[in-house]
Design a protein around this ligand. Sequence first.
Ligand SMILES: Nc1ncnc2c1ncn2[C@@H]1O[C@H](COP(=O)(O)OP(=O)(O)OP(=O)(O)O)[C@@H](O)[C@H]1O
Ligand SMILES: [Mg+2]
Length: 205
Amino acid sequence: MKIITVAAGKGGSCKTTTALSLAAILSKKKKILVVDTDPQGSLSWVSERSAPSFDIAQETDVKVLQKLKKVGGYDLIICDMPPGLDNNALSVTLKLTDFVILPSPPSPLDIRELTKTINHVVKPSGIPFRVLLSRVDSRRINDALAIQSQLMDKDIPVFNAIIRYLVAHERAIIDGKLINEYKGAGAKEGVADFSRAADELMREI
Ligand SMILES: Nc1ncnc2c1ncn2[C@@H]1O[C@H](COP(=O)(O)OP(=O)(O)OP(=O)(O)O)[C@@H](O)[C@H]1O
Ligand SMILES: [Mg+2]
């Protein structure tokens, strides 16, 4: 069993979308638990549905999170973190984590905040990690590729996969669906993006 943490210094950087979409895709072949450590419990809508393809637990108590390794019956536990770095849940979870995913939109301010997170929290922990460029405007893929190589020049590993900005990700949630269940425009592209990221993740862990 491996523990994956999805974290970022900044709010709204696609953590929850990443945790859910990867879980939805990987649950075709693996037994997955997503742990929502956000006190706002933004994942509760998924657990309220019938017959989910993966399990969800909301847990903010660090005493319980400390025992995450002892949870049996899963191939993968994916922890969706609240924004910010100075929270106990993150420091406790990181100690148990096998791999950190850092989703981030490619805007300069987001990337600056992300680099801070990596240098202050992730690199010192020694845990393997990768940045996942997310909500990327398809018309500006070249800019995203340039950011990928700038980050790699700074010794910051980045997923080759890029998660494009697709309205489908927002509309799926409004319909109470995961991206692989949504039938509207952009859903296939959304699944393709996260499938590439999921394949890369499975090769890394
Ligand atoms: N690839 C995408 N394309 C379009 N919209 C997206 C994409 N990824 C995320 N979003 C939207 O961006 C917003 C923020 O995403 P999300 O909730 O995943 O971020 P978060 O990092 O979990 O936020 P918080 O810090 O508040 O927990 C949401 O409205 C979500 O639907
Ligand atoms: Mg979130």
